[in-house]
Design a protein around this ligand. Structure first.
Ligand SMILES: O=C(O)CCC(=O)C(=O)O
Length: 319
């Protein structure tokens, strides 16, 4: 898979924005009140707008940097080849139980259509309800791959618990970045994790993947395309690129199948869930730096995501 270029979309032509930096023509006060010379002007070409202009909120590396690069190389090779990678047993049995206990009170009505699942319960806005899924969202193994797959300051697009109940039929196959109207084939604009909180079996609703389908052009899965149910024990995670065709499986057993899915997208796209609206600021202040950055307290250079011309993190610094 060819990674999207790590450059911004500003590629030539005159700027159509008012750059909120003072004129390069006159000296100006820099950090500590020192006068800065014209040589310190950070923006003299459009290429300069692709970098980190923040003076106060510098980029920090994600916790994915803690993962051995050779492990990430192998994950990237699997994603390139198959479109997915499975990581077994990342969560303990206790962690899965905590997630079950925290999610259970919110499992209410079934889905409103066959895509959500008429016999499937979904919990949205998970970040505003419980902290038990945070470790899934910012798991270093996930971030290490996202750090290579997407551009800096990629965003969390969705976080849901999905409980597929007995009698549910297979979900319509789809790919998760399909609602962005950019034709295929193309690099992924997004990526997804699905965490098994219960064991995933071939007949209890395990996610069904179409290996290699991330490379397809306009075609959809047909009856002859090999489909792979992601059979994995509770605590495991399947990571796949946004171009991979997949769907929730049918549950023909007598027991529900609980999963948590966290989805991520390029920093210049609109996420599925509006986390800056759904997560109150006093909760946002308690989140990890990785999650804060991914729910929108970050900038896609030079200005995407700004609040009143400033870095959105400033909102969390105010009382
Ligand atoms: O629950 C699953 O296994 C997959 C669900 C899914 O792909 C979706 O709802 O977009």
């Amino acid at each position: 898979m060819s990674n999207p270029p790590k450059a911004g979309p500003l590629t030539g032509g005159p700027p159509r924005f008012n750059v909120p930096y003072r004129s390069a023509q006159s000296p100006r006060a820099g950090p500590g009140g020192l006068l800065m010379s014209i040589d310190d002007e950070p923006v003299t070409t459009l290429d300069d707008l692709r970098g980190d202009l923040a003076r106060r909120y510098k980029w920090t590396s994600s916790s994915g940097a803690s993962v051995d690069p050779t492990i990430v190389d192998a994950d990237m090779a699997a994603l390139d080849n198959d479109g997915y990678v499975i990581w077994k047993n990342l969560l303990s049995a206790d962690e899965c139980q905590h997630i079950r206990d925290a999610v259970a009170p919110h499992l209410a009505h079934p889905g409103r259509n066959s895509f959500e699942g008429r016999r499937t319960q979904r919990v949205y806005s998970v970040l505003s309800r419980t902290r038990v899924c945070d470790r899934l969202v910012d798991h270093p193994r996930v971030l290490a791959v996202l750090d290579r797959l997407l551009m800096d300051n990629y965003l969390l697009s969705a976080l849901q618990a999905i409980n597929i109940q007995p009698g549910e039929s297979a979900q319509l196959a789809h790919h998760d970045d399909g609602f962005y109207p950019i034709p295929r084939p193309r690099p992924p604009l997004a990526a997804a994790t699905i965490w098994a909180i219960d064991d995933f079996t071939a007949d209890n609703g395990a996610t069904v993947l179409y290996p290699g389908s991330h490379r397809w052009g306009r075609r959809r899965p047909g009856a002859d395309d090999p489909a792979l149910p992601v059979v994995m024990p509770a605590g495991s995670c399947v990571f796949f690129v946004g171009t991979l065709w997949h769907g929730g499986g049918a549950n023909t057993t007598a027991h529900a199948r609980l999963a948590v899915t966290a989805q991520y997208c390029q920093p210049w796209l609109r996420p599925m869930e509006a986390f800056t609206l759904s997560v109150p600021r006093d909760i946002a202040r308690t989140l990890s730096a990785d999650i804060r950055r991914m729910i929108g307290y970050s900038i896609h250079p030079p200005f995407v995501g700004a609040v009143d011309g400033l870095h959105p993190q400033r909102l969390l610094d105010q009382p």
